[in-house]
Design a protein around this ligand. Structure first.
Ligand SMILES: [Zn+2]
Length: 287
């Protein structure tokens, strides 16, 4: 009887141990990386692969320019081993909380900006001390640098997340449309345009997704006609009334551009797929 009891309780302990270790054990061993946006999570996941657990806090269906951190976000960030964000000119309303984290834990992506493709902003007043386009994850050169910074922090060997072969493939997708004009929903495409040598966007809104004045919107219509624009891009994070109005006035098709990767499943996502997806959406403007 005593013998039976011991076996019984040992078996339970073992079962309990197995249950706990399968639920937590595997992930607990890996560092937790929390990013602000989904595109940054895609960069982190491509850089670290199965060596880390990667989560992001800002819902991809919302404009990250206006995102405020919730209490649950603050908790997630506190529990992370590394936190990746763009910088104080992008996650403007979350900057204070993020900057109060220990320096050893915070990776500020804008510090890895590739200066060859730097996109200065025309409208400086929104951006405090940085007069630089903050949509830096759309530059594969910068994304590779951010990836290497993360790999270094975790003691991993440096490895590119967007290589020459992948760049050539994206260039091939875009080759037929490099000289063609389009309207973008907000002024966020600069790095993508610069790296793949596309025509600069005519942007309906500024780089923070804010609407522009009536005069500017009128000028935009005139310029779009002169350039023979092919389509108007809309992004799901910004209400699209203004884009719709311009598209109707100029009889242009609306096309979808998912810069925040809101339609993509994180599990199967890589940075290469993300950039290729943007290239394909971009090309669809001219079809
Ligand atoms: Zn933006």
């Amino acid at each position: 009887m005593i013998h039976y009891n011991i076996t019984f309780s040992l078996r339970w302990t073992l079962l309990l141990f197995l249950a706990v270790s399968s639920a937590y054990g595997d992930n607990n061993a890996k560092p937790l990386i929390v990013t602000t946006t989904k595109p940054l999570a895609i960069i982190a996941k491509s850089a670290l692969q199965d060596r880390a657990v990667v989560n992001y806090i800002m819902p991809s269906a919302q404009s990250p320019h206006n995102a405020v951190m919730t209490i649950s976000d603050v908790k997630k960030v506190a529990a992370a081993d590394l936190v990746l964000w763009v910088g104080p000119n992008f996650e403007v309303r979350a900057a204070k909380q993020l900057q109060s984290l220990p320096k050893t834990k915070l990776v500020t992506a804008i510090e890895w900006l590739d200066l060859d493709h730097l996109q200065p902003l025309l409208d400086k007043h929104h951006h405090g001390s940085y007069a630089v386009d903050p949509h830096i994850w759309l530059s594969p050169t910068t994304a590779n640098r951010i990836a290497k910074a993360l790999q270094k922090r975790l003691g991993l060997a440096p490895r590119e997340i967007f290589n020459r072969r992948q760049r050539a493939a994206v260039n091939a997708i875009l080759a037929p449309v490099k000289e063609l004009s389009y309207l973008s929903h907000h002024d966020g495409l600069g790095y993508f345009v610069s790296e793949f040598k596309l025509k600069p966007a005519l942007a309906i809104r500024d780089s923070m997704g804010e609407k522009r004045g009536a005069r500017t919107q009128y000028d935009l219509r005139v310029k779009a006609k002169q350039l023979g624009v092919h389509c108007v891009f809309v992004e799901p994070q910004h209400g699209n009334k203004d884009a719709l109005a311009i598209a109707q006035d100029l009889a242009l098709p609306l096309k979808y551009l998912d810069l925040q990767a809101s339609d993509q499943q994180m599990d199967e996502m890589t940075y290469e797929k993300y950039i290729r997806g943007i290239a394909e959406q971009f090309k669809a403007c001219f079809e």
